[in-house]
Write a protein that binds this ligand. Structure first.
Ligand code: ZN
Length: 151
């Protein structure tokens, strides 16, 4: 069957409605779930250097395996491996090393889409030395700013 742009389909496995869209990169059609805002097909959207915004507003960038910051990347369930939050990536480049797991990057203005360097700050839990810190549940006042030592 030949789909046309704008055709819709009920994906029984994923239980979502999909729309047939044209990928601006490879000019091929692809099924885009209506509850996702993919701007290209999966092949093009997961290439190195591409960004992906999850439904909580965090922007991720895809890194090459050779990238010195690749060890900071995580695997995203929908997009595969090799993704790091843009804010973390920018701050790691700024400090000239990979950030550790207990270092978080916060957006000063609370806008996860504002990844200007002066809006970002590296924070570390005071309890990060504990064996298994549960960073997501740590109250904000237990965090302190990580001093950046410039080369
Ligand atoms: Zn494509």
């Amino acid at each position: 069957m030949l789909e046309k742009i704008g055709d819709t389909n009920w994906n029984r496995n994923k239980r979502v409605q999909e729309t047939w869209k044209l990928c601006p990169d490879c000019k091929k059609g692809y099924w885009c779930p209506d509850n996702k805002k993919y701007s290209s097909c999966k092949t093009c959207g997961t290439k190195v250097g591409k960004t992906y915004t999850n439904n909580r507003g965090h922007i991720y960038i895809k890194l090459a395996k050779e990238d010195p910051h690749f060890e900071m990347t995580v695997k995203l369930s929908l997009m595969g491996e090799g993704w790091v939050r843009v804010a973390r990536y920018l701050m790691a480049k700024q400090v000239g090393r990979c950030l550790t797991e207990d270092e978080q990057v916060w957006h000063k203005d609370g806008d996860k889409g504002n990844n200007e360097l002066d809006n970002l700050v590296i924070m570390r839990s005071r309890y990060a030395h504990r064996l298994k810190p549960n960073l997501d549940q740590e109250p904000e006042n237990t965090y302190e700013e990580v001093e950046i030592l410039q080369g």
